[in-house]
Design a protein around this ligand. Structure first.
Ligand SMILES: Cc1cc2nc3c(=O)[nH]c(=O)nc-3n(C[C@H](O)[C@H](O)[C@H](O)COP(=O)(O)OP(=O)(O)OC[C@H]3O[C@@H](n4cnc5c(N)ncnc54)[C@H](O)[C@@H]3O)c2cc1C
Length: 421
């Protein structure tokens, strides 16, 4: 039997957004960690690889600060100061130069009143977030194997062994599957998933507009799904334009003049002239949740544990919360001299994260069903609902704190406290 090329505390399979966040949190706390990714960093951060930009909740930003990635990301990120939620119909609402009456306004000063207080969140293109995490990993001296694909994991009793496609082996007390929504390690551990494919795809692109967005994020509910305008640095916004699958495909493949016309009709002119400045990407949408988040010596993290509808911009935020909760338990166990891959440690992580995940997975599913409905009575009721919440300051603050990730039992990293042994 050949010798393992790495023998330590934790092996992270998947150096995506969730995997690198977890690996950095553990490495900086003093654990011996190795990350494996199937793709080289250049491939994962190439402009065409991922067109998405993510809304990062303010507690997620605290985690990126604690793991040393926020400084690298800040020049490429934009604070979200306000969020406007609008219930609209095609060619309505924003088209007339601003949101209509059935709207809900979240203002960060209601929960963080200081002039330089925390924003509601930050917007950053995923490729910049990946690069910032990779730079932090480099600075911290994290061990990374890439490109290398994990082909299997074996439970050796007191340790776990991971095999790579080039035959190399790694050993550790536990393995974190951060290998995305199709998670090969989850499949290998025979953890079932449930969920469904929505008849919706998200078209994603970056646009430039004449006027400054002033850090306002817009979520416009349309009958086919939400249309989000999310502020990026400069006079640029990232669009998440949800349509039925066939319509999204048509938009994706439309010629430039036709697409410009469709864009203007949907976006309106409230930020002046608007034009695409990126290619168009299309993401099929679905809900997938693992029936459990752990197996012997294995923890599921990020999209490997659950992938949800982007309607609330929470997918990666949930992955960050997974990473923070798992790191909390693992560091505490290591400090106490306990087995970090034991059932006690991984079972606690599972219980902690599955409740929050189920609530958000079902919540986003229900909101999507409620708003992607053009029935006149339902429109009236949800318009009333938005206006009611808009009039109740305590309700607005509750929603802002929930979206910001500041609910329930917060792991130390979400409170902005670094971990150490
Ligand atoms: C349209 C859209 C908009 C979104 N907007 C937001 C938002 O605003 N805010 C938000 O929080 N979330 C958002 N999300 C969700 C977010 O993008 C995902 O939750 C996040 O990218 C998942 O990251 P991850 O690290 O878990 O998985 P991934 O990014 O899929 O990373 C998995 C990694 O594992 C590697 N890998 C896979 N198999 C192997 C293997 N066998 N061996 C080694 N490596 C392997 C891959 O190469 C990859 O690097 C959005 C999603 C969509 C579709």
């Amino acid at each position: 039997m050949s010798k393992a090329v790495f023998s330590g505390d934790v092996i992270v399979s998947g150096g995506g957004l969730a995997g690198l966040t977890l690996a950095l949190a553990l490495h900086r706390a003093g654990l011996a960690v190795a990350v494996v990714d199937a793709l080289a960093l250049d491939a994962r951060t190439a402009p065409a690889f991922d067109g998405r930009a993510s809304a990062l909740a303010y507690t997620s930003w605290r985690v990126l600060e604690a793991v040393g990635a926020a400084d690298h990301l800040q020049p490429h990120a934009r604070r979200i100061e306000d969020i406007l939620v609008v219930d609209s119909r095609p060619l309505d609402g924003l088209k007339r130069g601003g949101p209509g009456p059935d709207q809900l306004h979240f203002d960060r000063r209601e929960i963080h009143p200081e002039d330089d207080g925390e924003p509601l969140g930050w917007m950053a293109e995923n490729r910049h977030t990946r690069l910032a995490l990779a730079r932090a990993a480099d600075t911290a001296g994290l061990t990374v194997f890439a490109p290398a694909r994990v082909t299997g994991m074996e439970d050796l009793g007191a340790r776990a062994r991971v095999t790579l496609d080039d035959g190399r082996m790694l050993e550790a007390a536990m393995v974190a599957a951060c290998d995305g929504k199709a998670s090969p390690l989850r499949e290998q551990a025979v953890i079932r998933t449930f969920g469904r494919r929505y008849n919706q795809d998200a078209l994603v692109l970056t646009v430039e507009h004449e006027r400054d967005h002033q850090g306002v994020a817009y979520e416009v509910f349309m009958p086919a799904g939400p249309f989000a305008i999310l502020p990026l640095p400069g006079k640029r916004s990232s669009l998440v334009w949800t349509e039925r699958t066939a319509a999204a495909h048509a938009l994706e493949t439309m010629d430039e003049a036709g697409f410009q016309e469709a864009l203007e009709a949907r976006f309106g002119d409230f930020l002046g002239a608007v034009r695409p400045v990126s290619q168009r990407w299309r993401y099929p949408l679905g809900l997938r949740m693992a029936e459990r988040f752990h197996a012997p010596r294995l923890a599921l993290v990020g999209d490997a544990a659950r992938a949800i509808h982007p309607i609330a911009g929470q997918g990666f935020n949930l992955g960050i919360r997974d990473a923070a909760a798992l790191a909390d338990g693992v560091v505490e166990a290591k400090r106490a001299g306990l087995d970090i891959g034991s059932e006690a440690v991984l079972g606690r992580y599972d219980r902690w994260r599955r409740t929050d995940s189920a609530a958000l997975a079902l919540g986003t599913d229900a909101i999507n069903a409620l708003f992607a409905n053009d029935h006149a009575m339902i429109r009236t009721v949800r318009g009333l609902g938005l206006s009611m919440v808009d009039r109740i300051p305590a309700a607005r603050r509750f929603f802002m704190r929930t979206a910001g990730g500041e609910t329930g039992d917060l792991p130390a990293l979400l409170r902005g406290e670094p971990l150490s042994l």
